[in-house]
Structures are given as structure tokens and as C-alpha cells.
Design a protein around this ligand. Structure first.
Ligand SMILES: Nc1nc2c(c(=O)[nH]1)N[C@H]1C(S)=C(S)[C@@H](COP(=O)(O)OP(=O)(O)OC[C@H]3O[C@@H](n4cnc5c(=O)[nH]c(N)nc54)[C@H](O)[C@@H]3O)O[C@H]1N2
Ligand SMILES: Nc1nc2c(c(=O)[nH]1)N[C@H]1C(S)=C(S)[C@@H](COP(=O)(O)OP(=O)(O)OC[C@H]3O[C@@H](n4cnc5c(=O)[nH]c(N)nc54)[C@H](O)[C@@H]3O)O[C@H]1N2
Ligand code: SF4
Ligand SMILES: [Mo]
Length: 730
């Protein structure tokens, strides 16, 4: 019998609504759900590939345990018994910091992993929490926290009403948006242009997004802070700055004006590769536009001035009068889980960093985490508080973080590694125990994070399309079992009872005297559903899970609306335009204005049919032309003797790889673009399809020492390389 099921796609931040056709328990096909109120039927090729993922013979269906150096299938009981034998003694002997937790990108897309992963971290009480955030968006979270008072108070372009959209370091045509949930970016960008609006893209590559734009400006990788400092300087210098309605809610405009004094467009031009006239012209265009928004994403974060660049993006939005205005950069208001809808509106504790430091490098904690680039040294370096055990949740840092070879060697030194993953891949091959998740079609879904960053306010839930295989626990149940082991209750503890206790405790903390009533109202639900129901009821729309479930196409909560000052959680109750730590950090770019451009640097690139490191095993995505190519400008190719389709050796101070060359004038001269997440040739991984065309690992060229000191974020962009032709390998 043919049935259909609706499912939110959990693969990227666009959160598209899918319609899944089922023939009994077999997936017949997956398409966009036209009646979805949020995504309107839009999908990309990865959505339908959930069928491949569901059916992938390499996807794990049972736990694995390492015996005699080999990962072999075992029962759930034995997997947890193994953990119970090995984990508590390590904690007992070496203390809580001896166990680290590493959280990868897919956890952000799974309510169970996100909410229960956080619970496990609390139970472990370890300082050693690492995540993909410090390979990604931590600079933006830090700048938003400093300016607006919470780590996720990140404004997004109100694309449906803007007249001018300036994009730096993002390629939503390939990525489908990030820290900006915006399904069908192309359709929305085309509509913007059709109503006379303009789009400008600042990127060292003429990306797919730049192709769609009215204007593309090349920028030297890592140059964004300089470009934006010049832009802010021009706004003040030419008397273009206007705070408008926000004037009463902004602190620090004068301090900012003084601080950018040394960064006139004429002084920063060479450093960012954009001439002064263009910087001034863009400043005027933004200031004179009725409705405009500046949006910066991963290219502006994964660089040594990532926090400064992230801050300056929003400083420009504020100074041009476009923050919190329709058609400008606005704050979404999510139905559940948003800290900026909780507590007293308009004022808060703000954020702090550095409550702990990493043991070896002394890197400050940011948002409860230490930099991912510190993980290897924390395992390698002897000492009482060395990391001896590691729990990896949905992450593949051996490919996704710099110097994976060093990390892989470090993982081998652990006394115990536990992976929650769905594959034996480059990272989980090191595990002693792997606890597999289920197919995304077998679990319900509600996005915890992305409605806080969405182009429109909405709430949407999807039920599991198919039941979980008999005996296969949900991932949140596995996490509860780990908590039970850590807590000393043991692997066979009643996890439902543990869940009740944890939930009651958490609700008491936030709801105080109302906790009992809140728990009673949500008593019918269990697990993540209960936490969701509680959060929806406490949220700004006072929804219930039943109401949201009754509308699988989503509940539209309207276009983005102005939220200042209510959204703010800074101690001053103001937007902090000039946070002291950021002003102090300006000494670094000031000392670096004259740095010459290396002859050749490498940047990353996302591609529609790929998703970080883990979807190269799906036949429908892996087929077609080989995509892990190094894009090289024709002038560089000629200078270096590289030919289109030829093989090249790419070397940096940190390592070397071989990659196929694609000569293309879409690159800025002196810049090479190579996708990340490849390099599937490592022994011990079980990725049959991916191994056929392993690709080159960009991160083998990157080092762990380059970080933005404020956010701890890795520098992944603009690293100097040399390239030479590999004759005879073509
Ligand atoms: N050079 C360079 N490096 C980069 C980047 C870059 O732009 N350039 N981008 C960075 C960014 S933004 C990110 S977010 C990181 C991503 O890096 P990671 O966070 O390491 O994410 P992935 O590489 O996608 O690996 C995801 C892992 O989760 C597993 N998985 C998938 N679904 C599930 C599930 O349902 N349950 C469980 N338990 N596991 C699952 C996969 O098998 C895989 O092992 O990479 C970073 N690395
Ligand atoms: N298909 C697909 N979608 C994805 C992912 C994926 O791997 N594949 N990953 C997901 C994840 S985890 C994330 S975080 C998001 C990221 O989503 P985006 O932020 O849109 O990331 P990219 O598509 O990598 O685009 C980054 C752009 O920055 C440019 N760039 C590089 N260095 C610099 C620089 O110094 N300055 C400027 N101005 N530009 C620079 C690059 O050329 C590139 O065009 O995508 C998500 N969506
Ligand atoms: S853009 Fe593609 S991967 Fe992203 S949510 Fe939509 S269908 Fe899924
Ligand atoms: Mo990411």
C-alpha cells in the first residue's frame, strides 16, 4: 500500500519540508512538499538522497565494539556493559576532565542529540567540551552575544522586503544558507531583483551566489575586517551614519568612531584587496538604501579576525539604520527554546567567556566550549588532567578539523573512545564502542536552533516517517544510558525515571513555583517531545506540541517584526556597538595593515551535492563529475604550469595533498578553492562508495595553531600554499 509521510529535512539549515512516498516500509520516493508553509516545495538534491541514506548498506544497524583491534557487531546490552566496565574507572581515577565530549554538525539538526547531548555534558562535568562551532560560527555567536546579550541573538536579512543585500563570505546557492534559515534562496534572491532590489557579493571566488548577484567584488581572503573597518570609517567620515529609531537603544557609537580612526578606506584597501573608491561607494549605497541588510557567514568567521568581522557586519547594519527594521537585518522570534524570548525582556546578564581555560594552550572557554583545534594536544600532552576518554557525537573531526592526521594519532592514544555515529568513518574507526543512530526517516523532528535564525517565524514538527527498527533505541535514550553510567546508576538503570528526574530538575530551575503546573500540562509526552512541549508552552506564542503536530505543514507565525529593545539581554539593556574586548582586539589588525598577500592561498568551497564530510557515500549524490577539484585562476595556472584536468601537489607549512586542477576565472588571482570534507582513503573506514573517489583533504593543509584568539575559532581560510604540477599523474 502506498502512503505518504511529511518530514522536515535534517541535512542542512534550510529545513525544507519533504514528502516521502512509502510503499509499505519501502521508501518509494522523496520530493518537496508543495503545501509546506515554510519551504513551499523547494528542495535540493540532498533531500531525496535520504532514501539512499536509509538504504545504505554501510549505515550501521547494530552497535560495534572493538575486539582484537577490529570493530565487530555486538548487542546493545554488551555495548553498554563495555562502556560501564571502562568509563567509570577512568573518571574515578583521573577526574571529570579526563573525559571529553565532541559534538559534530548533525547534532544541531537533531532535537534528541542537542538536548540530551547537553545533559550528558552537564553530567560529565568536564571542561573538555569541543564542537564544530569552533570550526564554524563561534565568532558570530560571540559578537552577537557581546552586542545583543545572547549567543543566538543573531540578526538575519529580511530578504523578502529588502532593497539591497550585501553578502560576505557565504554562498547560499550551494550551502542553502547558514545562521540564516532560508529555503529557496535562489527564488527569494530572484524576487528581490525582480522588484528592483540589488544584491552585492564580496567573495574571493565568483561563486554561484555571486553569479546571481548584481555585483561581485573580489576580496583578499581574511580581509573582511579591514574592508568593514574601512566601510565603518567611511560612514562616519562622510557623515552617513544614522541610528534612526535605535538611537535610544545604542551604546558606544562615539567609541566606535574613535576606534576606526586609523582605518580609512585608503589605508585598508591594499590589505583587503578592495580599492577605497569601491569601499566608499558601498558605504554610500548601504546608507542611502531605504532597506538594506549586510550578511556575513563562514568566510567571515573562519579567519584570524573572525570576531571582529562578525561584529562589524552588524555594526554596519546598526550604523546605516537597517538593524531591526523591515527589509533590514532582523531578529527572528522562535516559538521554542530561544533564550532571547526567556526571562525579563530588554535586559539580562549578557555573556561571559573564559570561565575556564584549556590546560595546554590556555585557550579561553567560549559558550561552554574549548577550541576544536586544542583537542589533539589535550589528548597528547601528559599530565593529570590529560583527556583519556572521549565521547564523539555525530562528528568527524579527523576530516573536518585541521591536521586530522595528528588528531587520528591522538585518538589512538585514548584509553576509551565512544562514538555515537551512523558509519564507521575516518573518526569513528578509532572508537572502542560505536552506538549507531537511526535513519533520519525513523525519528521525529523539530528544529531547536534554526527557527531562531529563520527568514520568517514558524513552528513545524514532523513525526517519524517509519518506525524505528525493533530493539534499536533512539539516540536520546542512548545518551540517557550514558548519563546513567556516568551518574553511577549503571547501564541497566531505569532511563525513563532518570529522564523524569532530569526534566523535573530543569523545569524547577527555570519555572520555579510554576514548575509543577508546567510538568503536569506536559505529562502526556516523554523524552524530547516533553521538553519541546514545555518549551512551546513557555515560548512567546504559547503553543502546545499537540497544536504544532496538528499542522505538519507548519504554523506560520508571520514575517520578522522589530524586536529592539525587547530582544536585548545585555546588562546595559542597550545594543553594545563598541564592546571593550573588541575595541582592544583592533590592535591586531592595526599592526597588520601592511601585511603583503602571499603569492597563493587556499579557501574552502561548499557544493550542493555534498555535506561536510559525511554524504559522499550516497550513490545519488556521489555520481556525476568528480567535484573535489582545486579551482585555480588562469594566470596562476599559467605561472605555475598547471593544466585544467591535470593533477597538482598542494603543499603548505602543515602538510600536502594531491588534487585535480580546474582552471577557472571565477577565482581571484592568487586564491585557490578546494572543498573540505574529502580524503576518504583512510584505512579502517567502511564507506564503500566514498572510497571509490576519496578526494583530497583540505584540512591536511591547515594547522591547529591559527585561531581567532577571542572566539577560539580555527582559521580555515586564506592559508598560504604552494602548488606544483604532478607530471605523469594526469
Ligand atoms: N577546511 C574546512 N574545514 C571545515 C569547514 C570548512 O569550511 N573548511 N567547515 C566546518 C564546519 S562549518 C563544520 S559544521 C564542520 C563539520 O564537521 P563535523 O561536525 O565533524 O561534521 P561532519 O564532517 O559532517 O560529520 C558528521 C558526522 O555525523 C555522523 N552522523 C550523521 N547523521 C548522524 C545521526 O543522525 N546521528 C549520529 N550519531 N551521527 C550522525 C556522520 O556519519 C559523521 O561522522 O566542518 C568544518 N570543517
Ligand atoms: N551543500 C552543502 N550545504 C551545506 C554544507 C555543505 O557542506 N554542503 N555545510 C553546512 C554548514 S556546516 C555550514 S556552516 C554552512 C556554511 O554556509 P556558507 O557560509 O554559505 O558557506 P560556503 O558555501 O562555504 O561559502 C563560503 C564562501 O566564503 C568565501 N570565502 C572564503 N574565504 C573568504 C574570506 O576570507 N572572505 C570572504 N568574504 N569570503 C570568503 C568562499 O569562497 C565561499 O564562497 O553550509 C551548510 N550547508
Ligand atoms: S536544501 Fe536540501 S539538504 Fe537542505 S534542507 Fe532543503 S532538501 Fe535538505
Ligand atoms: Mo558548519
Amino acid at each position: 500500500m502506498t502512503t505518504t509521510a511529511l518530514r522536515i529535512c535534517p541535512l542542512c539549515e534550510a529545513c525544507c519540508g519533504l514528502e516521502i512516498t512509502l510503499d509499505g516500509a519501502r521508501v518509494a520516493g522523496i520530493r518537496g512538499h508543495d503545501a509546506d508553509g515554510f519551504s513551499g516545495g523547494y528542495i535540493c538534491p540532498k533531500g531525496p538522497a535520504l532514501k539512499d541514506l536509509h538504504e545504505d548498506p554501510d549505515r550501521l544497524r547494530a552497535p560495534l565494539v572493538k575486539r582484537g583491534g577490529r570493530l565487530v557487531e555486538t548487542s546493545w546490552e554488551e555495548a553498554f556493559a563495555e562502556i560501564e566496565r571502562r568509563l567509570p574507572p577512568i573518571r574515578a581515577q583521573h577526574g571529570p576532565h579526563s573525559v571529553a565530549q565532541v559534538i559534530g554538525n548533525p547534532a544541531a539538526h537533531k532535537i534528541g542529540l542537542l538536548l540530551y547531548g547537553a545533559r550528558l555534558a552537564r553530567a560529565l562535568g568536564t571542561r573538555n567540551i569541543f564542537s564544530a562551532s569552533t570550526l564554524d560560527q563561534m565568532p558570530k555567536q560571540l559578537s552577537a552575544g557581546l552586542m545583543f546579550g545572547h549567543w543566538l541573538s543573531i540578526p538575519v536579512p529580511d530578504i523578502e522586503r529588502t532593497d539591497l543585500l550585501m553578502i560576505l563570505g557565504a554562498n547560499p546557492m550551494a550551502s542553502n544558507g547558514s545562521l540564516w534559515t532560508v529555503p529557496d534562496f535562489r527564488g527569494k534572491a530572484q524576487a528581490l531583483r525582480a522588484r528592483g532590489g540589488k544584491m552585492v557579493v564580496i567573495d574571493p571566488r565568483r561563486s554561484e551566489t555571486a553569479e546571481l548577484a548584481d555585483r561581485h567584488v573580489f576580496i583578499r581572503p581574511g580581509g573582511d575586517a579591514f574592508f568593514l573597518l574601512g566601510l565603518v570609517h567611511a560612514l562616519f567620515d562622510e557623515k552617513l551614519a544614522r541610528l534612526g529609531r535605535l538611537a535610544a537603544h545604542v551604546d558606544g557609537a562615539e567609541a566606535l568612531e574613535r576606534a576606526v580612526g586609523g582605518f580609512a578606506p585608503e589605508r585598508v584597501a591594499a590589505r583587503c584587496g578592495i580599492d577605497a573608491a569601491t569601499i566608499r561607494e558601498l558605504a554610500r549605497a548601504l546608507a542611502s538604501a531605504e532597506r538594506a541588510a549586510v550578511y556575513g557567514r563562514i568566510g567571515t568567521c573562519t579567519q584570524e579576525y573572525g570576531t571582529l568581522a562578525s561584529w562589524l557586519v552588524d555594526a554596519v547594519n546598526v550604523l546605516t539604520g537597517h538593524l531591526d527594521e523591515p527589509g533590514g537585518a532582523m531578529f527572528p522570534k522562535a516559538a521554542a527554546f530561544a533564550a532571547n524570548t526567556a526571562g525579563a525582556p530588554g535586559k539580562g546578564r549578557g555573556i561571559t567567556t573564559g570561565r575556564r581555560k584549556s590546560r595546554v594552550s590556555g585557550a579561553p572557554e567560549v559558550f561552554g566550549e574549548l577550541p576544536m583545534t586544542c583537542l589533539a594536544e589535550e589528548i597528547e600532552t601528559p599530565g593529570d588532567e590529560r583527556i583519556r576518554a572521549l565521547i564523539a557525537i555525530a562528528g568527524n573531526p579527523v576530516l573536518s578539523s585541521p591536521n586530522g592526521a595528528r588528531l587520528a594519532a591522538a585518538l589512538e592514544k585514548l584509553e576509551l573512545m565512544i562514538s555515537l555515529d551512523i558509519y564507521v568513518n575516518e573518526t569513528s574507526r578509532h572508537a572502542d564502542v560505536i552506538l549507531p543512530g537511526v535513519s533520519p526517516l525513523e525519528e521525529p523532528h523539530y528544529d531547536v536552533a534554526f527557527p531562531q535564525l529563520a527568514y520568517r517565524n514558524f513552528a513545524r514538527y514532523s513525526e517519524a516517517a517509519l518506525p524505528r527498527p525493533a530493539g534499536h533505541p533512539a539516540e536520546w535514550e542512548n545518551l540517557l544510558r550514558l548519563i546513567a553510567i556516568v551518574d553511577g546508576r549503571g547501564a541497566n538503570a531505569d532511563v525513563a525515571q532518570l529522564d523524569d528526574e532530569l526534566t523535573a530538575h530543569e523545569v524547577a530551575r527555570v519555572a520555579g513555583p510554576f514548575a509543577e503546573a508546567a510538568l503536569a500540562a506536559s505529562a502526556r509526552h516523554r523524552g524530547p517531545d516533553r521538553l519541546l512541549d514545555l518549551a512551546l508552552r513557555a515560548g512567546p506564542y504559547r503553543l502546545t506540541l499537540d497544536e504544532v503536530k496538528a499542522a505538519p505543514q507548519g504554523i506560520d507565525l508571520g514575517p520578522l517584526a522589530p524586536r529592539v529593545p525587547e530582544v536585548l539581554r545585555t546588562p546595559s539593556g542597550k545594543i553594545e556597538l563598541a564592546p571593550p574586548s573588541l575595541l582592544a582586539d583592533l590592535a591586531r589588525p592595526a599592526a597588520d595593515l601592511a601585511r603583503p598577500a602571499p603569492a597563493l592561498v587556499v579557501v574552502g568551497r561548499r557544493q550542493l551535492r555534498s555535506n561536510n564530510s559525511w554524504m559522499h557515500n550516497l550513490p545519488s549524490l556521489a555520481k556525476g563529475p568528480f567535484r573535489c577539484t582545486a579551482l585555480v585562476h588562469p594566470d596562476d595556472a599559467a605561472r605555475l604550469g598547471l593544466t585544467d584536468g591535470g593533477e597538482a601537489r598542494i603543499a603548505s607549512a602543515h602538510g600536502e595533498v594531491r588534487a585535480r586542477v580546474e582552471v577557472s576565472d571565477e577565482m581571484m588571482p592568487g586564491v585557490v578553492s578546494l572543498p573540505h570534507g574529502w580524503g576518504h582513503e583512510l584505512a579502517g573506514a567502511r564507506l564503500t562508495v566514498a572510497a571509490e573517489r576519496p578526494g583530497a583533504n583540505l584540512n591536511a593543509l591547515l594547522g591547529v595553531d591559527a585561531r581567532d584568539p577571542l572566539s577560539g575559532n580555527a582559521v580555515l581560510s586564506g592559508v598560504a600554499i604552494e602548488m606544483t604540477a604532478e607530471r605523469g599523474r594526469e
